[in-house]
Design a protein around this ligand. Structure first.
Ligand SMILES: NC(=O)C1=CN([C@@H]2O[C@H](COP(=O)(O)OP(=O)(O)OC[C@H]3O[C@@H](n4cnc5c(N)ncnc54)[C@H](O)[C@@H]3O)[C@@H](O)[C@H]2O)[C@@H](O)CC1
Ligand SMILES: Nc1ncnc2c1ncn2[C@@H]1O[C@H](COP(=O)(O)OP(=O)(O)O)[C@@H](O)[C@H]1O
Length: 485
């Protein structure tokens, strides 16, 4: 798991740190982490011991703002300059942090205006204009610099986060594009949530001695690989898990097909389809290996595409009474009993969760994390709240987020395939929490690797390749490296 925090949680942690360590110089620690990362980027493969003369030819541009983020950049500029690199400081917002500017000047840094910087060559640029205090977007002068640096293929190192992003979301209005970002104490949401994450490049987490106790846990690609069930030499279709799909209706047969596809393409030992005739016919046409007959299953998927039918409550009760874990999706969420058997996974989107809680959708949207926890508490079941950040809360009130993906999956039918994937994972023996995290993570990863308007069935057809790459044997860290490119 990776930890992730909001700007507010970071500030609170910083205040607690200073209460415990009055007079500590956090900025110096952060600036040193920036300078160290900058040197690593500049050196590349250059042998350090022979490079004094070469270092004196390398030019670094430090684009600085007027707040503490700018100060981190300016103190890093001073350190780099003292170590022999040629550094220009560029006051992008007009003025600079006073102490930081003094340190940079004393160390021998030059100063360059945003316009003059456009005509100079730099081997590395450091973006220290805006950090967690930044409002979304950047001024034109910085946008022009960002464009020029990209045009010259100059690598950009962002301090804490690329300027222009909002620390707490994946939203991008206009921002700097970094090859590497060095952040402090914990990742922020913009480093993980899309599309912002793509503007951060590689994210390096620097330990500055500050703990963020209330930071959240987010499943990484490595977690996804570790969780994914891989058949062993002794596996057979039953030990891998049989998924029963009781989904779709004559009105919405497609939802039944999509759930089956999600289950099948994510590695179920067998998929049984026991939906209405209309569903079974389409399923057989599309996926001949699916068994359209009743029989034992290790997990059920129910609710997707049921429509508003008077028999829904009885249809749900029958599956819940089977004694195996159930993925409860879509229309089944409208007829939930007060207590759900242990091990089940509820997969609402914000509107469905609002109905479950008896509150307005806007209230859920205003506090998605808290609402997910409330849903798990109210029904005594694990809840996967779908959306741009996919929270998974357990009845004992643990909460974590799945690997976030791009909004390409925000389309009708994605939830149906996701329910099928979660069914496969429950049938394979994963806990409801792990099934929710891994299922949502797979869908996100598939969309990250295949950006574009792929329909849910097309994306499901890509699951086998994604899973194959995910679980391929390799050295420690190989999975993260493969998927961070
Ligand atoms: N909070 C912490 O725990 C730590 C913070 N540190 C650094 O401090 C940074 C936060 O510093 P600040 O709170 O001073 O905030 P920032 O330096 O991120 O930005 C604040 C300044 O930028 C201006 N500004 C904001 N958005 C703008 C926009 N879109 N266009 C133009 N001007 C804009 C504000 O009016 C303010 O003057 C972190 O990102 C990090 O780099 C580090 O020194 C280490 C510890
Ligand atoms: N903004 C978003 N960014 C990334 N993923 C999203 C976003 N919005 C929705 N999703 C994902 O898309 C899927 C949509 O599911 P859902 O709303 O249930 O659709 P349906 O019921 O039509 O199948 C879910 O997996 C959800 O997590």
């Amino acid at each position: 798991m990776t930890t992730v925090c909001t700007a507010e949680q970071m500030r609170t942690a910083e205040r607690a740190f200073f209460d415990a360590h009055p007079g500590a110089d956090l900025m110096a620690v952060a600036a040193h982490a920036v300078a160290t990362t900058a040197v690593t980027m500049l050196l590349g493969d250059e042998p350090l011991e022979e490079s004094a003369e070469w270092i004196a030819q390398q030019r670094v541009l430090v684009m600085a703002g007027r707040g503490n983020n700018g100060a981190d950049g300016l103190f890093a500029a001073a350190e780099l300059c003292r170590d022999g690199w040629v550094v220009d400081v560029c006051p992008v917002l007009g003025s600079l942090h006073e102490a930081g500017a003094g340190a940079a000047q004393e160390a021998g840094c030059g100063e360059v205006s945003p316009v003059d910087a456009l005509d100079r060559h730099y081997d590395l640029a450091i973006d220290a204009v805006l950090g967690i205090g930044g409002r979304p977007s950047i001024p034109d002068s910085l946008a022009r610099l960002d464009e020029a640096l990209a045009g010259a293929d100059t690598p950009v190192l962002a301090v804490d986060l690329p300027s222009g992003l909002s620390a707490d979301s994946g939203e991008v209005v206009r921002c700097v594009h970094a090859r590497t970002t060095v952040t402090f104490a914990s990742r922020k949401w913009c480093h993980l949530a899309r599309p912002a994450a793509a503007c951060c490049g590689r994210v390096i987490l620097a330990d500055i001695g500050v703990a963020v106790p209330d930071a959240d846990q987010v499943a990484s690609v490595t977690d996804l690989a570790d969780l994914w069930p891989v058949p062993g030499p002794a596996s057979d279709k039953y030990s891998r898990g049989v998924v029963g799909c009781d989904t779709g209706s004559s009105q919405y047969p497609g939802a039944g097909v999509l759930g089956v596809l999600g289950a099948l393409r994510s590695g179920a030992g067998m998929v049984r389809c026991v939906g209405p005739d209309a569903v079974r016919q389409h399923v057989m046409d599309r996926t001949p290996s699916v068994v359209c007959a009743a029989g034992r299953v290790q997990a059920w998927v129910v609710g997707s595409g049921w429509g508003d039918d008077a028999g829904n409550a009885a249809r749900l009760d029958r599956r819940l009474a089977d004694g195996v874990p159930v993925v409860v999706d879509a229309d089944a969420l409208a007829v939930l009993p007060r207590r759900i058997p242990e091990g089940c996974l509820l997969t609402p989107h914000a509107g469905e969760l609002a109905r479950m809680l008896g509150i307005d959708r806007a209230e859920v949207e205003a506090d998605r994390r808290g609402s997910c926890l409330a849903g798990a508490r109210m029904f005594g079941a694990t809840v996967l709240l779908k959306g741009s950040i996919q929270w998974v809360a357990t009845p004992d009130q643990q909460i974590s987020a799945a690997l976030p993906g791009p909004a390409w999956t925000a389309q009708a039918g994605s939830g149906d395939t996701l329910a099928g994937v979660c069914g496969t994972l429950l049938a394979a023996g994963l806990s409801a929490r792990d099934a929710g995290l891994a299922g949502a993570g797979l869908q996100a990863l598939a969309a990250i690797l295949s950006p574009g308007p792929w329909s849910p069935d097309q994306l499901a057809d890509r699951f086998p390749e994604v899973i194959g790459r995910l679980v391929a044997p390799g050295p420690v860290g190989a999975v993260e490296r493969e998927f961070s490119a």
